[in-house]
Design a protein around this ligand. Sequence first.
Ligand code: ATP
Ligand code: ATP
Ligand code: MG
Ligand code: MG
Ligand code: MG
Ligand code: MG
Length: 309
Amino acid sequence: MAKSRYEYVKNFEQENHLLPDCHIVVRVDGRGFHKFSKFYNFEKPNDLRAIELMNKCAELIVSQFDDVIMAYGDSDEYSFLLRRKCSLFERRESKLVSTFASTFTSYYVALWGRYFNGNESRDETRETTEERKEEDMKEEERKEEERKEEERKAVKSEPRDDSRDSRSNELVIHMLPTFDARCVVYPNAQSIRDYFSWRQVDCHINNLYNTTFWTLVQQGNMTTQEAEQRLSKTVSKDKHELLFTEFGLNYNNEPDVFKKGTTIVKEFDTTGLSQRQVERKMKKMGRVRVMHCDIIRDGWWDERKWILE
Ligand code: ATP
Ligand code: ATP
Ligand code: MG
Ligand code: MG
Ligand code: MG
Ligand code: MG
């Protein structure tokens, strides 16, 4: 195609090709989910519907991209590990972050109803092409206009928690979920191990705090300020003790999905295969497994050497 005289502006684009032979992690995180979770009345400290929705979105991404070998997530975040030799989007950072953020967000929105209203995604039914009478069409158009007008107003006005029907959990236009994303490049296996340990320890610390905090509020009838005050300057051991002596709750018996977060990994059965066969197999889709376990210990990685190859 002939080049136009405007084409030189393309040269202003800057591309960051992530270092070859290094491990890439893409982490997505919900924007303002503290507020978002309040707005949609998430159960505290852990709304299982929200966790399962996050896990489903991540699982779909792991399945969709051959180069994603593993994922780990909790709360409103997920980290995706790409194969060291991955050449997805020529390792262009902006392509990677924008695609992961938007793909994750799309799945989250599309599947919301399934987890929060027990519906199938509304869009799946909207496509049905049934014939409508002309009056119906006009009625639809009128409603559509009204709806658009409401949306215009809603977008302009400040979000208000009481501005929606509390019986329904439909997503509303002025409080939609969005996710940011970043890429981080790690030079070796140890730094990747440390990265995932860091995220899992973070999950543990937050969950212990949140569990204690919300127990004080929900069962100890404290205000949120009082609970915060009560927990200031406490260490991990104090929280365990508080939960046990005052509420008879053994933190260790809390579900693993809350304590450990969720790990999704592609697994391959390579027993009896030659090195070449293994390499060929690894390029294809592995079996996607979802688990809630300790990924800090060596054993977990020793059993899955392909992740860091
Ligand atoms: P930012 O935009 O900077 O990420 P944020 O409000 O999303 O701000 P985060 O540090 O990402 O803050 O924390 C996410 C918050 O979302 C948690 O603190 C918690 O309040 C809420 N949240 C996320 N998942 C759940 C869940 N499954 N159940 C209950 N609350 C949740
Ligand atoms: P990439 O992922 O690299 O962007 P792509 O398939 O999206 O690949 P583009 O160069 O972005 O390629 O081109 C978008 C294509 O989408 C167009 O070539 C056209 O085929 C299709 N398309 C986009 N908008 C419309 C539209 N309104 N009507 C019909 N086709 C459209
Ligand atoms: Mg944050
Ligand atoms: Mg967030
Ligand atoms: Mg977060
Ligand atoms: Mg395109």
